[in-house]
Design a protein around this ligand. Structure first.
Ligand SMILES: *Cc1c(COP(=O)(O)O)cnc(C)c1O
Length: 416
C-alpha cells in the first residue's frame, strides 16, 4: 500500500496496522499478551538483546501491541519514533529519569498540569535545578537559561487558564542554543498542532486524554521528532552511543526510562487507545466546535465574569493560537462566576455535565479547580498560575451543543 506523505491523518491511522503483514490476513493488529518472547536460534535472542536485530525479549521493554500504537503515534506526528508508557505522567517521568542528572537545569513553563508541576518539584529534591517561567514570553525563557540547562519543557495550551506558550519563539531559541525542547501537546493533539513544526525534539502526549478519547484506558507517549541532534546531548551513556546518533535519545529513554522503571503500557490499554485514536480527527472537530460555541455563549451570560478560551478574540494569545493551531482551539475552557455566586452550588445544579477531574472524555466534564486538582500546590502557586478560587474548568465533549447550552442555562438560572 501507499505511504505517501500527503495522506491525511485519519487515513494514515486507519491503515497503519497493514504497513506490516498481520497473521491470517486480519485487518486489525491482534492483542499480544505474552510477557516473554523466544527465537528458534539462541544467537537470534542474543542479537535482539544486543539491539542488532529487531524483536521483543520481555514485554516490559516493549511488545507488539504497544509497538503498533507507537507506529500510529509516530505517523500522527510525522516523527521518527515513539515510546509508549502506562500513563502520561510515566512518560514525562521517564524523560527526567533517563536524560537528567543532578546538577542539570530545566526551564519549564510556570503554567503546568498539576502533577507535572509536582514532578518538577520532586526533581528539585533530587538535585536537578528547575526554573518556572512565564512561557508565553520567550524572553523569560531565554533569561532563565544557564550553561547547565539541558531541557526546556512547556505545554501547548495550559490547563486550566489556557495560556498559549510562545511555542515557535521557544523553538527558535532552543534550536539556536542546541537545547532539547520538549512539548506536551496533550491539549492540542496532532489534529490541531504538530510540535515538530516549531522545532520540538520530543513531544509528550497523555494518551488517556483525546487520543484514546473514551476515558477507558490510560497511557502516555514520548515522540522523537528526529530534529534534535543527540550527538550534542551530554548525558547519553556509552552503551547507547551506538549506530546513528539520531536514535540515541530514544534508545536511552527505552532502556533507562521504560525498562528500568517499568511503567509499561498494558497491551489491552494500547489496543483500546489505538481503536479510540481512529476517530480522533472526527471527535476533535466536534469538540472544538462545541467548545467555541460554549465559550462565546458563556462569555455573554450576566452571571459569568471571565471566560478563558484561546478561541475568543479577548484571549491574550488568541492571535498566536489562531496562527499555530489548525482547525480549532481545543476542548478545554475555564470561567469565573461573578462575585457572590458559589461555584459548588452552580456545579451541583448541572444535570447533564458531569463533575469530574478527567479531560477529553466524550462527555462534557466540569471541576472546581482550586479546591481539587490544584489544591495541593497552595494559594501562592495558584495565584502565580492565574487560578482564581471560583474558577471552573470545562472539558468539552461531543454532546449536541444545544443540550450543553441548555444545561448551563438552567444551572446559571438556579444560582442567580
Ligand atoms: C493528563 C495530563 C498529563 C498526565 O497524563 P496521565 O495519563 O493522566 O498520567 C500530562 N500532561 C497533560 C497536559 C495532561 O493533561
Amino acid at each position: 500500500m501507499s505511504t505517501k506523505r500527503h495522506q491525511g491523518l485519519t487515513t494514515r491511522l486507519l491503515h497503519a496496522d497493514r504497513l506490516q503483514p498481520i497473521e491470517h490476513g486480519a485487518v486489525h493488529k491482534p492483542l499480544h499478551l505474552a510477557a516473554a518472547y523466544s527465537y528458534p536460534s539462541s544467537r537470534d535472542l542474543a542479537a535482539v538483546f544486543q539491539g542488532d536485530k529487531p524483536g521483543y525479549v520481555y514485554a516490559r521493554q516493549g511488545n507488539p501491541t504497544g509497538a503498533a500504537l507507537e507506529q500510529k503515534v509516530t505517523l500522527l506526528e510525522e516523527a521518527r519514533a515513539t515510546a509508549v508508557f502506562s500513563t502520561g505522567m510515566a512518560a514525562i517521568g521517564a524523560i527526567a529519569a533517563a536524560l537528567l542528572k543532578a546538577g542539570d537545569h530545566v526551564v519549564t513553563s510556570q503554567f503546568l498540569f498539576g502533577n507535572t508541576n509536582s514532578l518538577m518539584q520532586t526533581l528539585q529534591g533530587l538535585g536537578i535545578e528547575v526554573s518556572f517561567v512565564d512561557a508565553t514570553d520567550v524572553a523569560k525563557v531565554e533569561a532563565a537559561l544557564r550553561p547547565t540547562t539541558r531541557i526546556v519543557f512547556t505545554e501547548t495550551i495550559a490547563n486550566p487558564r489556557t495560556q498559549v506558550a510562545d511555542l515557535a519563539g521557544i523553538g527558535e531559541l532552543c534550536a539556536a542554543r542546541g537545547l532539547l525542547y520538549v512539548v506536551d501537546s496533550t491539549l492540542t493533539t496532532p489534529v490541531l498542532f504538530k510540535p515538530k513544526d516549531v522545532q520540538a525534539g520530543f513531544v509528550v502526549h497523555s494518551l488517556t486524554k483525546a487520543i484514546g478519547g473514551h476515558g477507558d484506558a490510560m497511557g502516555g507517549a514520548v515522540v522523537d521528532t528526529g530534529l534534535f541532534d543527540w550527538a550534542r546531548y551530554p548525558n547519553i551513556l556509552p552503551p547507547y552511543r551506538k549506530g546513528d546518533a539520531a536514535g540515541w535519545g530514544m534508545l536511552q529513554l527505552r532502556k533507562k526510562g521504560l525498562r528500568d522503571f517499568g511503567a509499561t503500557l498494558r497491551p489491552e490499554d494500547a489496543h483500546r487507545i489505538a481503536a479510540g485514536a481512529e476517530t480522533l480527527a472526527l471527535r476533535m472537530a466536534r469538540v472544538c466546535d462545541n467548545a467555541l460555541q460554549l465559550a462565546r455563549w458563556l462569555d455573554g451570560q450576566p452571571q459569568i465574569d471571565r471566560v478563558h478560551y484561546p478561541g475568543l478574540s479577548s484571549h491574550a494569545e488568541h492571535e498566536r493560537a489562531a496562527a499555530l493551531f489548525k482547525g480549532g482551539f481545543g476542548g478545554l475552557l475555564s470561567f469565573e462566576l461573578k462575585a457572590g455566586l458559589d461555584c459548588f452550588d452552580f456545579l451541583d445544579a448541572l444535570q447533564l455535565v458531569i463533575v469530574s477531574s478527567h479531560l477529553a472524555d466524550n462527555r462534557t466534564l466540569a471541576i472546581p479547580v482550586a479546591h481539587t486538582i490544584f489544591y495541593e500546590m497552595g494559594a501562592e502557586r495558584r495565584a502565580a498560575m492565574g487560578i482564581a478560587d471560583g474558577l471552573v474548568r470545562l472539558s468539552v465533549g461531543i454532546e449536541d451543543a444545544d443540550d450543553l447550552k441548555a444545561d448551563f442555562e438552567q444551572a446559571l438560572a438556579r444560582v442567580s
